[in-house]
Design a protein around this ligand. Structure first.
Ligand code: B12
Ligand code: SF4
Ligand code: SF4
Length: 349
């Protein structure tokens, strides 16, 4: 592609001030067999939509026939680029990406705005924006366009800005060659993420077993986790950052100071959980408007709150939990928590 077109393209993208961007040809993804194998092993848990996405992920042109290239955007979320009204929650843990407005809205909007600009620059070409929910292998395309390497925790990491970033893409009919070389793998002999994961969800070969991952259990499903997993939730209410918090590339770039083993203040933790369990679903929905926490919804958050109460033995919340004993979704987890209050071997104190 001639250099004046590249200059116009890059100048337009740079005006949006994302953390980083790159692009490459959109062909069969390098890591498609790894994805296929992951599904075959059932590591996707009940996220069956990932199986349905396989054919399009392997050949993006089945969904976007004119597509020749993909522009990949990385956007850091420390500090969060779009802050949300603070919730009365101090001691439960919420993944950093979710401590602001939902990126499925503001980030996608920004990518859509960029598409409009690009369309005005290149009227005959197609541009389609996506982040997270489209059938495209986001980490793969970020890797193939040179934006980072796959860490052992499977996250896309860049040596200059770690892994706490969202990925977004613009699929386009423009013909582009890779802007950068592939990024070297800089994990070396480090195994900090594998050692720190409390549920042993990180497998050999940079794979996560979603059946064991706290992020999956707190966001993607309202089911009660199995015994081997539930006791390791500590105070995670939504998502989990442990395997990224311990990563030297994040510690270096974000100067993280919080020790992942810090114990929460129990009185404040009780207040947080009391609020979540007492508030009506309708009120919770209103207060969470625009927040990613809405993905799991008020019932999902209450499930996670009951698990935290059970694990920390917060008998002060017994009455609040008892009201859900006959609830169709929360009944099982409420019975578990009450039994846990009586369990002398409970691990979290
Ligand atoms: C399903 C999903 C999940 C699942 C499964 C996660 C997983 N690791 O598989 C769950 C619910 C557990 C999850 C959790 C999280 N997620 Co998520 N998730 C997705 C989603 C929708 C699909 C991921 C997927 O296909 N998984 C299957 C595996 C096999 O693919 P993969 O994760 O891309 O991993 C690649 C590497 O393992 C690589 N690979 C491994 N070994 C080798 C070797 C070689 C040689 C090569 C070439 C490649 C390679 O191949 C895989 C395929 O490309 C993507 C969005 C998307 N459409 O891609 C977001 C996405 C991956 N999630 C994201 C985020 C932010 C998270 C969380 C941090 C949220 C949180 N704090 O709780 C955690 C991180 C947990 C973790 N360690 O991965 C970001 C990641 C950004 C980044 N910098 O990496 C994404 C890209 C969303 C976005 N648009 O920003 N997630
Ligand atoms: S997100 Fe948490 S539970 Fe999932 S792999 Fe990372 S450390 Fe383990
Ligand atoms: S903690 Fe270590 S092994 Fe894990 S992703 Fe970071 S550098 Fe790689």
């Amino acid at each position: 592609m001639i250099s004046s077109i590249i200059t116009r393209l890059e100048e337009t993208i740079k005006r949006f001030e994302f953390t980083n961007f790159s692009y490459t040809q959109l062909k069969r993804p390098l890591s498609i067999l790894i994805y296929k194998d992951w599904l075959k092993q059932g590591l996707n848990a009940e996220m069956t939509y990932l199986e349905k996405h396989l054919a399009i992920k392997a050949k993006p042109q089945t969904q976007w026939p004119s597509a020749k290239s993909v522009i990949v955007i990385a956007q850091n979320y420390i500090p969060h680029p779009s802050s949300h009204n603070p919730l009365p929650l101090n001691e439960v843990q919420i993944a950093k990406y979710a401590q602001g407005h939902d990126y499925h809205h503001w980030f996608l909007q920004k990518l859509d705005d960029l598409c409009k600009e690009l369309k005005s620059q290149f009227p005959g070409e197609d541009f389609v924006a996506m982040t997270d929910s489209a059938p495209i292998m986001e980490r793969n395309w970020a890797y193939e366009s040179g934006l980072g390497w796959f860490g052992k925790n499977s996250c896309l990491i860049n040596k200059d800005y770690g892994s706490f970033h969202f990925l977004g893409e613009i699929v386009t009919s423009l013909e582009l060659q890779a802007r950068k070389d592939l990024h070297h793998d800089l994990c070396g002999s480090c195994t900090k993420c594998i050692d720190a994961c409390p549920t042993m969800a990180i497998e050999e070969g940079k794979k996560i077993d979603a059946n064991k991952c706290i992020s999956y259990w707190t966001i993607e499903t309202r089911k009660t986790p199995p015994k081997s997993i539930i006791n390791n939730f500590t105070n995670w209410l939504f998502g989990c950052d442990i395997c990224q918090d311990v990563c030297p590339w994040n510690i270096k770039n974000f100067k993280l100071t919080k020790n992942i083993n810090n114990k929460p203040n129990v009185n404040q933790l009780v207040d947080d959980l009391h609020w979540l369990l007492q508030e009506s679903n309708h009120q919770l929905k209103k207060k969470l408007k625009g927040s990613p926490l809405l993905r799991t919804g008020p019932v999902g958050l209450k499930k996670n709150a009951i698990i935290i109460a059970g694990n920390f033995g917060l008998t002060q919340l017994k009455k609040n939990i008892c009201q859900y004993l006959n609830h169709p979704t929360l009944g099982e987890v409420s019975h578990w928590a009450l039994a846990e209050f009586e369990n002398p071997d409970r691990i979290t104190e």
